[in-house]
Design a protein around this ligand. Structure first.
Ligand code: NDP
Length: 332
């Protein structure tokens, strides 16, 4: 496995982009035997900062890094792309209306979708990190009619990691002993962290939690809100939004998609629904997925508990509303 892989990173000069690039160059995403060609996309005002990042990437003297190129033109940036990390998006500015945000991101992700359609390699895989990630992924996909829909995904891996970490903390267990956690729905406050099928040390997580005095009330009143609002907690405590943990999640998302999930476990990814679990076909929703041989499969075995089911319906309603909002603006 020595053919180089072309990786395009957008928002390359931003915080998450910066934290992502060096790890990709070090082989942590695609493997220690996989050379990479990095293509960095930035908006014109941040182009110089991206050029500076490219200089630092050179200074890493990464043996796997074949080339680094910087662009402000999406068509050129996505030429030949095999792994697309769509990180840059328009942040909500002070006093900015939701409609303005949708318009701004609609323009960004429709142009990038079209560029991917025009130039992507046959095996392209895309993960959208920039928020609202699920809907931005939908916009990009809708402008790439020649690329199979399932190649467009959005990041819920950070939510997944947060849920795993909270279960480990609550039970005093090693993080590595927590498996089969699921995140359902939208990457927003309406997301649905699900521990019904989770295991800790090979035993049902619900049983282990109960031994630590944590029952349904803990799940509903502490665990779920904690995971769903962790982004806000990080901003409060750290004085800035999560960066390295988001970059790590994006790398893990692409790594597992390409190289597979561990035997006996699954992960969470927001992927186009095929109607599974009652999620309207075509919406990009988070599901538990198993990855093998370079593809992901939505887990159809897990049955939704009543509470998870109700929460998922609400999150899917929100996704459908977001889709309607961008559709009515002609962005799909
Ligand atoms: P960050 O690198 O910190 O964040 C980038 C995006 O990731 C934001 O939309 C952010 O959403 C999102 N995100 C998703 N999940 C998380 C999470 N769990 N925690 C934190 N963020 C998350 O933003 P910066 O402002 O530092 O950098 C953005 C860069 O993108 C800038 O350099 C800008 O120039 C560039 N840009 C590039 C474009 C392009 O390449 N065409 C287009 C637009 C911007 P949220 O805002 O909700 O935190």
């Amino acid at each position: 496995a020595t053919d180089p892989v072309t990786v395009t990173v957008t928002g390359a000069a931003g915080n998450i982009g910066y934290a992502t690039l060096f790890r990709v160059a070090a082989g942590e995403m695609l493997g220690a035997d996989r050379p990479v060609r990095l293509r960095l996309l930035e908006i014109p005002s941040s182009l110089e900062a991206a050029e500076g990042t490219a200089l630092e990437l050179q200074d890493g003297a990464f043996p796997l890094l074949e080339s680094v190129d910087v662009f402000d033109d999406p068509v050129r940036a996505f030429d030949g792309v095999q792994a697309g990390l769509l990180i840059g998006s328009r942040p909500r500015g002070p006093g900015m209306e939701r409609s303005e945000l949708l318009e701004a991101n609609g323009a960004i992700f429709s142009a990038q979708g079209a560029a991917i359609n025009a130039g992507a390699a046959e095996d392209v895989r895309v993960v959208v990190v920039g928020n609202p990630a699920n809907t931005n992924a939908l916009i990009a996909a809708s402008h790439a009619p020649d690329v199979p829909l399932e190649r467009f995904t959005a990041l819920t891996r950070l939510d997944h990691h947060r849920a795993v970490a909270q279960l480990a903390l609550a039970t005093g267990s090693p993080v590595g002993s927590v498996r089969r956690v699921s995140i359902w729905g939208n990457h927003s406050a309406s997301q649905v962290p699900d521990v019904d099928h989770a295991e800790i040390g090979g035993r049902p997580a619900l049983e282990v939690l109960a031994e630590h005095g944590r029952g349904r009330a803990w799940i509903d009143e502490e665990f779920i809100p904690r995971v769903a609002r962790r982004g806000a907690e990080i901003i409060e405590v750290r004085g800035g939004s999560s960066v390295a943990s988001a970059a790590h999640a994006a790398i893990c998302h692409m790594r597992d998609w390409v190289r597979g999930t561990p035997e006996g476990d699954w992960t969470s990814m927001a992927v186009p629904s095929d109607g599974s679990h009652g999620v309207q076909e075509g919406l990009i929703s988070s599901f538990p997925v198993t990855c093998a041989a370079g593809r992901y499969d939505i887990n159809h075995e897990v049955k939704l508990g009543d509470d998870v089911e109700n929460r998922l319906r609400a999150s899917v309603r929100e996704l459908a509303e977001e889709r309607e909002a961008v559709r009515s603006r002609g962005l799909l």
